[in-house]
Design a protein around this ligand. Sequence first.
Ligand code: CA
Ligand code: CA
Ligand code: CA
Length: 276
Amino acid sequence: MKRRIVVLVLVLSSACFAANDFSDAVAFYDFEDDLVDAVGGNNLADVGTPAYSTTHKEGSKSVDLELTDSDGGSLANASLSADFPGKSGTSNTTMSFCAWVHPETLPPSKSAMAIASKYKASAGGRSWMIRLFCDNADADTQKWELWKGYNSGDSYDTPAALSPSHAISANQWYHVTFTLSSAGAWVISVYDDTNATRDTASGTFANGAMSVSTTQFLVGARTATVGNDIYWDGLIDELVVFDRVLSVAEMNQVAAGTYGSLSGSGPRYYYRMMLQ
Ligand SMILES: [Ca+2]
Ligand SMILES: [Ca+2]
Ligand SMILES: [Ca+2]
């Protein structure tokens, strides 16, 4: 039998595909005038009155959350997709998180601003939270912090922190990422867009896996015992949640806009093979 292989090679310029492909993500918010999840159906409801800014890192807009208006986005636990990290009734304890953030102000001493959370600051509600914190125990240094609950969300580990090599400033872009494994291993890695530097810290939480909880998913705030608190002040863009641990190399791809199947640095090839 005659067998012929026809290979069609299509060379795609990376310039034509300078955007991430998040089709393998749990949730992806591009913040182009709304709080819609482009991949997982985890659409957020407005908290306060979020606005949209043309200062952006992806597409043409970012979301602009005002501290003074208590702005954010929320989705109840029961409405989260089945693969969402920390969803109650699941074993979803492995995750990665990426977002571009551009604070308009910095938190004062002993204060924090949450980028995103599934974390209620009371018993039973603690899963995960990423935030910016002004550490009064360390000369009021601004740090990125990852919080994780355990013991059915009743308790929390000593927070993981990243102190970057350049001081964190208002009105600059940072690509903030973290990963969390089911064994409690964590990585916080932040790309400072202004200084073109990446800082990474890693470790293992003492108390194992993250607790799942019935706490809502919040962008730009934390769930308090009553209402929400530690609101974010500033811009957030290209927020993405995964149910696996990304490598730092993949975090770099996300920051560079080259993450996903039809993207990459340099030409990519598409093979169509027909066996006859
Ligand atoms: Ca955008
Ligand atoms: Ca603003
Ligand atoms: Ca503001």
